[in-house]
Design a protein around this ligand. Structure first.
Ligand code: GCB
Length: 602
């Protein structure tokens, strides 16, 4: 009897897993959508705020087929329909809802978006509905029919809608839900604003029926003279030719498709991409039916003991951490121009490196940063104490990792994939992050794996890095708040560090809060003087760490966080920025700038 119970239970589990798998679509992503013919679905979308999820569940709390996604219209005066997108309020896409409407400032829940668009079918074409990011869970419907669901707020996803579009008017409805849940990635507590909505652009992309889906074009690991990669094709035949051309290098190779994939390698001596010379080459991938053009850089990243080598040359990463929040207006960044404001400040600071915290930033941010020569640390929101023992949580994290790598694998600027931030030591956490690292290496063996740790022991020499996760990563990130969360500011300069690992270490966070314009003694919290003294003392400490190979202090600009309520000081902002959200530079900005300038002179 007991055995039968177990079998029944297994069946049930299997059943639920297959339902969950059907529900969430994790398709491949079209590579480099900038090169594609597309119609923008940005602009005003009609919205309905739905805290009780009335548009999804009936009064018995069952998912029902008359939800708001039907976009129903009154046909005769006696009809009862209790919603109407056409007379509803509107929000801009891309954009978070919190900063667009006062009453949505703290809102966490379901909000429905609807957009009408016209479509003219073309023969031999396929069409994709492509979302650059929606925070957090998106259920997407086209013309009243469900396309699928996506979970995770910072990575792109797409649906093939070729057979679902109609000639003339179409409508897309998205149920967006940003309720925080324990099992999510990130989990319920995070030190940044949980901006909800269709936060990045939406496109309708048209490609030939037989089209290039995805490709990888990079220098092979540990070489600077061999570019290799692959191209995957949809609806292609075995034997179809694919050409990969780099005109400036006078190189063209022909490959052939086998089971949807063509692999190639090219012997070439490209001028290497580096922070001082962020050279990009035009790469043209062409088949008999399709053609895409991309700007791709070639560089090598490796480690040697505690050193980080870019193109074989020891490089110290002079960095800063950034949240993807726009200056002046605040709220989510929505354009390349807004990205450039942040990036220009990082340049002015003297950086050659950015930690894009704590989630994958937009493709625009990564591409703009690449053009400016920044090395990039890109991370997924495995943040603090997520559910390391929950398999669904793992699947979610792995999917976000896969989408991040899928989108940015051709970006020479990205040198570090970060698996996690400040996770507490435990066996389940070690295997969770260990599995993520394994997955990342399978997907991309050319880049380095890192994670930001905050657990240290006390060794004879001072702080001892011995977190077992150090074994898993190639580069160790350390978040350390001497002078803020522990220790007097003056004590920081004399702290010694040691590491159980012969690996590079990046001080991935140091910092303290200051309100721009607030002045006082160096021991008075929240003053610019306090923050400045803290930076000076921490810089002295870091000068003594011989295995340190970079830093990315916390943080470029003040950013919104619901953990920061202190009135007249924080007002919902984490004040550890070197620049205020209104673009005003605090004293510590110039201290860090001087440190980076001095380094350049050596
Ligand atoms: C940290 C976190 C970061 C926070 C920061 C802070 O260690 O990694 O997300 O914002 O500290 O300001 O406390």
């Amino acid at each position: 009897m007991k055995r039968l119970d177990n079998i029944a239970l297994l069946f049930f589990i299997f059943f639920f897993i297959s339902i969950a798998a059907q529900e969430t679509e994790y398709a491949y992503l079209l590579q480099n959508i900038d090169a594609r013919q597309k119609t923008s679905l940005n602009g005003k979308w009609d919205i309905i705020v739905d805290p009780l999820e009335n548009g999804f569940y009936n009064h018995r709390l069952q998912e029902y087929d008359k939800g708001y996604f039907k976009n129903a219209k009154v046909q005769s005066p006696s009809d009862l329909i209790e919603y109407n997108f056409d007379t509803s309020l509107q929000l801009n896409v891309p954009g978070d809802w919190n900063t667009q409407m006062d009453k949505l400032y703290y809102y966490e829940g379901t909000l429905w978006y609807k957009k009408d668009f016209a479509y003219t079918p073309t023969s031999n074409q396929e069409s994709f509905l492509y979302f650059e990011a929606v925070n957090y869970e998106a259920i997407v419907y086209l013309n009243g029919e469900k396309l699928g669901k996506h979970v995770g707020g910072y990575t792109p996803f797409q649906f093939n809608v070729t057979d679902k579009l109609v000639e003339g008017n179409n409508f897309v409805v998205v149920k967006v839900d940003n309720k925080r849940k324990k099992e999510n990635v990130p989990t319920v507590n995070q030190d940044w604003w949980n901006y909800g909505g269709i936060t990045r652009s939406v496109h309708l992309i048209n490609v030939p029926k037989s089209h290039i889906e995805d490709y990888s074009v990079q220098l092979e690991k540990e070489t600077t003279t061999k570019i290799s990669g692959w191209v995957t094709m949809a609806n292609a035949n075995n034997g179809d030719p694919v050409s990969i051309e780099i005109p400036e290098l006078k190189k063209t190779v022909k490959a052939t498709v086998t089971n949807g994939k063509a692999s190639f390698s090219i012997n070439a001596k490209p001028k290497l991409w580096s922070p001082n010379s962020p050279k990009l080459y035009e790469v043209i991938i062409e088949t008999s039916t399709d053609k895409v053009v991309n700007q791709i850089g070639f560089r090598n990243i490796s480690t040697d003991g505690s050193k980080i080598l870019v193109n074989g040359k020891e490089t110290f990463l002079k960095g800063i951490s950034i949240h993807e929040e726009a200056a002046f207006k605040t709220g989510r960044v929505v354009s390349a121009e807004e990205c450039k404001v942040l990036l220009n400040w990082a340049k002015e600071l003297g950086c050659n490196f950015l930690r894009l915290a704590h989630y994958p930033h937009s493709e625009a941010m990564v591409k703009e940063a690449e053009k400016m020569g920044f090395l990039i640390w890109s991370e997924i929101p495995v943040y603090w104490t997520i559910q390391f023992e929950n398999e669904d949580t793992y699947a979610n994290a792995e999917n976000q990792l896969t989408e991040m790598i899928s989108r940015d694998k051709n970006r020479a600027a990205v040198v570090l994939w970060s698996m996690a931030n400040e996770t507490p030591e435990s066996e389940p956490r070690l295997s969770f992050i260990g599995n993520l690292a394994k997955k990342a290496r399978q997907l991309d063996d050319t880049r380095l794996i890192t994670a930001a740790l905050d657990t240290q022991g006390k060794g004879d020499d001072g702080n001892l890095i011995e977190d077992p996760l150090g074994e898993v990563v190639d580069v160790i990130g350390i978040n350390n708040y001497c002078g803020w969360y522990y220790g007097d500011v003056d004590s920081c300069s004399s702290i010694k560090w040691a590491s159980a690992y012969n690996k590079p270490m990046i001080m991935s966070e140091i910092g303290g809060g200051a309100l721009y314009g607030l002045h006082g003694d160096a021991n008075e919290r929240w003053t610019e003087e306090y923050q400045d003294a803290l930076f000076k003392s921490n810089i002295e400490m870091m000068k003594n760490i011989d295995f340190m190979s970079g830093l990315s202090p916390w943080i470029l600009m003040d950013f919104r966080s619901s953990r920061r309520p202190l009135r007249r000081i924080q007002d919902d902002f984490n004040r550890k920025g070197l620049i205020s959200e209104q673009g005003m530079k605090k004293k510590a900005f110039f201290t860090l700038q001087e440190y980076y300038l001095e380094m350049d002179k050596k």
